[in-house]
Design a protein around this ligand. Structure first.
Ligand code: FAD
Length: 624
């Protein structure tokens, strides 16, 4: 076995991940920990300044209620979220985040985030819930506050977390390895907050060889949150829910500012607006077809129907939108010119703030947004419980508003003692976005401190467990060492599979059997069962993953994490015998929404036996 040093870190509260939720957890947990003489430690696979989905920056904060100024109520937000998810959301959790989110945004501003203001000093809204910002340095600013709260000695960057460490039915820590040095890290903790983001690369991306690595969701997070909580034995929810964003084609530039701020239309190649021409289709999707705004998946679906009928490409009518906005200045050529320049620069800045490659692609394709419409398309599926997806751990709700069925002690604790989840890691509370993830991290951080104060026992972990986990983590390096001399071409060897080839196998089977791009997001019982058969073969082969270096070791572990995310997805799509989210996926054998499936589909993995328990949980409404 490769001879890696073992570094043991003892702490009270361990935060896994360094993204928005983790930064929120760090600020809040550090505050309460200090009062109680406890230690908080954070581990990130990358460097906190630029890690996670906000790495490149954002041009809008998507959840800001403005409660103090009476702009919106918590109930309004709960209604919006559950309608957008076709009825599948936890009112208690969504409400808890919504009532705390404004304070996270106010903290961001206090820490130096430049949020746009109008002449009255109010935030400029991009839409009902969104506020606009100059967000290139958003993550740096939020991370700085978290780092100051934690202190640099308590931060471990470039350490990839692989597995949970258990003490009976209670979480006892986490184990991983440095992506830069030959070191295995063992973190022993009394409470663990999982905030390792969602998952990309489970499905085949649209861009393969020619643009491999391009995707809407950033490549950093590969299902570690879901893997970690499932391996620890936590009940999961909404694992069937995936998010398919419709974005500017090929570089995934954001569409939000175009629809909301520029008031642009999306049309097919014939100039027809599918949201108008296909309006009648909405009547087939129960009450959710009639709500405003129309749920994101239904909007996707109407566009997809046009594409399937050969009416693509779909276009964002950027030139028309800009012309409409500048129209009222037409009589004054100087003012008109100024307005056009302003709109043009806002259009480019929207991409430069958060998706630089879209600006490069526009330049490469000779697209001037004020002159020419630009293609938009549905991306491949992602798992992102904090955005318009909902997958993640089933967590305990807030004591004051959660019904007893959703409440078992500490807010945001999973069904495993001492294990908390926030952001993409916690399910059934969609539309948290960057600000809500931070707020939920803060809720989980405070709650985890309370758990440790009331359950302050040292974790009991024996050395044999650690040694076994260490061997498992480093196994891909050992496999390479043992077998690499067997063939002259390292890419082909009967004794191992390299992580890249493994990833291609996973993505191909998910794409074709579980309703990816190539299958036009359509699947069925028979396809899912066949896909599961191949997935279980692939899971067996994960024991034969080989790594030539530390980087490939990380790639191997990313794949292992993705595989369990994929398995829980297939099993839950199979379990839910209906089509609830056309536009995200379509069950061709169960093509309709069914009233009796207005429930949560939860699942639980037994790591010892490999068995799955599938569970229906009722939806208990707090808001009509
Ligand atoms: P992240 O912020 O993604 O953080 C995940 C963290 O986990 C990272 O630090 C990562 O390095 C770490 N990690 C992953 N695996 C491991 C591992 N194995 N070991 C250790 N660490 C690990 N929100 C808005 O408000 N406005 C927007 O305009 C907006 N646009 C978006 C655009 C895109 C393309 C995406 C993907 C998201 C967007 N969001 C937006 C949503 C927002 O970015 C997310 O809601 C938020 O970042 C989720 O927070 P999180 O902490 O759960 O995950």
């Amino acid at each position: 076995m490769p001879n890696f040093e073992t570094v043991v870190v003892n702490t009270d509260i361990l935060i896994l991940g360094g993204g928005m939720a983790a930064c929120g957890a760090a600020v809040e947990a550090s505050y309460w920990a200090k009062k109680n003489g406890l230690k908080v430690t954070l581990v990130d696979k990358a460097a906190m300044d630029r890690s996670g989905a906000v790495a490149m920056g954002l041009s809008a904060i998507n959840q800001y209620l403005g409660i103090a100024k009476g702009e919106n109520t918590v109930e309004d937000y709960v209604r919006y979220v559950k309608n957008d998810l076709m009825g599948i959301a936890r009112d208690d959790q969504v409400a808890d985040i919504a009532r705390h989110v404004d304070s996270s945004v106010h903290l961001f501003e206090k820490w130096g985030l430049p949020i746009w203001k109008n002449e009255d000093g109010n935030y400029v809204r991009g839409g009902r819930w969104q506020i606009m910002l100059n967000g290139e340095s958003y993550k740096v600013i939020v991370a700085e506050a978290a780092k100051n709260a934690l202190g640099t000695d308590n931060i471990y960057e470039r350490v990839y977390i692989c597995e949970p460490i258990m003490d009976g039915d209670r979480i006892a820590g986490a184990i991983g390895f440095s992506t830069r040095e030959e070191k295995v890290y063992v973190f022993k903790a009394k409470a663990v907050i999982v905030a390792m983001g969602g998952a990309v690369g489970v499905f085949k991306p649209r861009s393969t060889g020619e643009g491999l690595g391009r995707s809407w969701y950033p490549p950093f997070s590969s299902g570690s949150s879901a893997y970690f909580t499932m391996k620890a034995g936590a009940e999961m929810t909404c694992q069937e829910v995936r998010f398919i964003p419709v974005r500017f084609k090929d570089a995934y530039g954001p569409v939000g500012a175009w629809f909301l701020l520029f008031k642009s239309r999306a049309t097919n190649a014939l100039g027809e607006e599918y949201m108008v021409t296909r309006k009648d289709e909405l009547a087939n999707w129960g009450p959710y077809g009639q709500v405003k705004p129309i749920p994101a998946n239904l909007r996707n679906y109407l566009g997809m129907l046009d594409v399937a009928e050969g009416k693509g490409p779909i276009y964002m009518q950027t030139a028309e939108a800009i012309a409409n906005l500048a129209k009222k200045y037409e009589d004054d050529p100087k003012a008109f010119k100024k307005k056009m320049k302003e709109l043009e620069s806002e259009a480019w800045e929207d991409f430069l703030d958060m998706t630089v490659s879209q600006a490069i692609l526009w330049a490469a394709c000779n697209i001037a947004p004020e002159e020419k419409a630009s293609e938009i398309a549905a991306a491949e599926p992602y798992f992102i419980g904090s955005h318009s997806g909902a997958s993640g751990a089933w967590v305990s709700g807030p004591a004051d508003i959660a019904p007893p069925e959703y409440q078992w002690g500490y807010t945001n604790m999973t069904t495993v003692k001492g294990l908390f989840a926030a952001g993409d890691a916690s399910g059934a509370s969609s539309h948290k976005f960057s600000s809500g993830s931070h707020a939920e991290g803060r809720i989980a951080g405070k709650s985890a401190v309370r758990f440790v104060v009331e359950n302050n026992q040292e974790p009991n972990i024996d050395d044999a467990t650690i040694e076994a986990l260490k061997a498992e983590i480093l196994k891909p390096l050992a496999v390479w060492e043992e077998f690499s001399g067997f063939t002259t071409d390292p890419e082909t060897n009967p004794n191992y599979i390299l992580p890249r080839q493994y990833m291609f196998r996973l993505q191909k089977l998910m794409d074709e059997y579980a309703g990816g791009v190539v299958a036009n997001f359509t699947t069925s019982k028979a396809l899912l069962e066949k896909g599961l058969e191949y997935l279980l073969m692939l899971k067996e082969d994960s024991e034969k993953l080989a790594a030539r270096n530390l980087h490939e070791l990380m790639r191997c572990w990313e794949n292992k994490h993705r595989t369990l995310q994929a398995e829980s997805h297939i099993r839950t799509v199979l379990f839910r015998e209906e089509t609830r989210w056309p536009g995200y996926y379509f069950r061709a054998d169960e093509p309709k929404l069914k009233e009796d499936w207005e429930v949560f589909c939860n699942c639980k993995y037994d790591a010892k036996t490999g068995e799955w328990e599938m569970i229906k949980r009722p939806i208990i409404r707090l808001v009509d």
